[in-house]
Design a protein around this ligand. Structure first.
Ligand SMILES: NC(=O)c1ccc[n+]([C@@H]2O[C@H](COP(=O)([O-])OP(=O)(O)OC[C@H]3O[C@@H](n4cnc5c(N)ncnc54)[C@H](O)[C@@H]3O)[C@@H](O)[C@H]2O)c1
Ligand SMILES: N[C@H](CO)Cc1c[nH]c[nH+]1
Ligand SMILES: [Zn+2]
Length: 433
């Protein structure tokens, strides 16, 4: 049974707080194992990666077979049914176009003191993309990660994907091909993350690692952060729908199940101004759960973390939504724009009843790698900025140095940093003859 919460009930605040803090991940303590794997890869390179792949994925590799050859990729990608390939290409085109518009501009100007200031953006040289190897191997996620990197101008994109017992989804390779991935390695887990971060004889190190994975992958990304950049540690999916009573309960039920079916720890919440509509959605979810293929996963998620919240008005709905800071937020109300204007924290907003969240997962254009676990309060979804760095520029003229140099000298003295002050003073003395 999901939770039914009524904003008017005396215990609402306690129930809502419990909903927000529901523990949705039960990761085993894997950090010691991961530390040992990373140390092993750093010390022994390819030999460690090969041994660990044999142990965890039951696949025998050599340095030569670790990387998939171009012919092998082309052959596997060629097995993908034409309709799937066409859909991947349509999605790729839309994702590319969206991300191209995200590219930030360089800027430079001369300020009143005569200093020319500005910044320019440059991509990382090389990025690594982790693609999970289990049932959660999503070709769409390959597109989302790889296209953002390529649009940013990343020169080299290396993908790692474990192939447990030799299995690899051909659509993942087709997506990699379409997105322009440069290198693909059949390795996974903490050893793949370590290989990307530190390099081995076969794999050159990268500068940034993105992509989701299990607890070992997440722990490895945390550990290599600093040596390389990482995107985020993605948690289980979430969807929040704000809907009035003028919606089809079955549509809303399916939207909520679309995220529930990802993971037993996913969370689907409906906030509605119409209690009777909330009950209809709950009934529709129960009906759909009888036949849904992934009903075991979706049912567990709905039972343990699902909720239907009744509120008196949409302003209250917006306030609660901002406290939840959901990964995905669907707004299915009459005046969508008025409600959207009140939303300050959400990974992605889907506007109106004709915009199911699943469109955003595949073909909308925006990235589907989004902040989870309330981190939309302070972070954004994956995009070109994740693969770019901003370098600031400053050019002083003699006049500009005369205008602001003395203040720098004063501040250097106040920090007892003599050489700092002298490096400015030496120039000012020259100017003063
Ligand atoms: N948030 C998202 O967008 C998103 C998308 C797709 C997948 N995911 C997540 O990715 C994960 C996929 O997990 P998976 O396990 O199927 O694939 P995975 O690729 O993440 O992990 C497989 C690797 O884990 C390592 N491993 C397994 N057991 C180990 C052990 N005992 N000790 C050391 N290493 C071990 C092995 O190296 C193996 O190759 C799931 O947790 C899923 O929720 C999230
Ligand atoms: N909704 C998932 C996390 O945002 C992404 C995904 C991939 N495939 C389908 N959905
Ligand atoms: Zn999804």
């Amino acid at each position: 049974m999901p939770r039914f919460l009524d904003h008017a009930a005396p215990d609402f605040e306690a129930a809502f707080t419990a909903l927000l803090s529901a523990k949705r991940e039960d990761s085993p303590d894997v950090d010691d194992t991961v530390a040992a794997i990373i140390a092993d890869v750093r010390a022994r390179g390819d030999a460690a990666v090969i041994e660990l792949t044999e142990r965890f994925d039951r696949v025998s590799l050599t340095p030569e077979t670790m990387r998939l050859g171009a012919a092998e990729v082309a052959e596997a990608a060629g097995q993908v049914p034409p309709d799937v390939r066409a859909a991947l290409e349509l999605a790729a085109g839309r994702i590319r176009a969206f991300h191209a518009r995200q590219m930030p501009a360089d800027d430079s100007w001369t300020d009143p003191a005569g200093a020319t200031l500005g910044w320019r953006w440059t991509p990382v040289d090389a990025a690594g993309l982790y693609v999970p190897g289990g049932i959660a191997t999503y070709p769409s996620s390959v597109l989302m990660n790889a296209i953002a990197a390529k649009v940013a101008g990343v020169g080299r994109l290396a993908m790692v994907v474990p192939t447990p017992d030799g299995a690899l989804n051909p659509a993942v390779l087709a997506a990699a091909q379409i997105a322009g991935v440069d290198e693909i390695y059949r390795i996974g887990g903490a050893q793949a993350v370590a290989a990307l971060a530190y390099g081995t004889e076969t794999i050159a190190p990268v500068d940034k690692i993105t992509g989701p994975g299990n607890a070992y992958v997440a722990a490895a990304k945390r550990r290599v952060f600093g040596k390389v950049g990482i995107d985020m540690i993605a948690g289980p999916s979430e969807i929040l729908v704000i809907a009035d009573g003028q919606n089809d309960p079955d549509w809303i039920a399916l939207d909520m199940l679309s995220q529930a079916e990802h993971d037993e720890s996913a969370q689907s919440i409906l906030i509605t101004t119409d209690a009777a509509f909330g009950q209809k959605v709950a009934d529709a979810i129960d009906t759909r759960l009888q036949t849904l293929e992934r009903r075991a996963i979706a049912g567990a998620s709905w039972r343990d973390f699902g909720a239907i919240v009744t509120v008196p008005d949409l302003a209250t709905a917006a306030r609660l939504s901002n406290r939840i800071a959901p990964e995905h937020l669907e707004l299915c109300v009459a005046d969508v724009d008025a409600l959207a204007a009140q939303i300050t924290h959400a990974g992605a907003i889907f506007l109106g009843q004709w915009t199911p969240e699943a469109i955003g997962d595949y073909v909308g254009g925006p990235n589907h790698v989004l902040p989870t676990a309330r981190s939309a309060r302070f972070s954004s979804g994956l995009g070109v900025l994740d693969f770019l760095k901003r370098t600031t520029l400053a050019r002083m003229t003699p006049e500009a140095l005369r205008a602001v140099g003395p203040a720098a000298e004063t501040l250097a003295r106040s920090e007892s940093l003599e050489a700092h002050g002298l490096s400015v003073r030496a120039r000012l003395d020259k100017l003063n003859g």
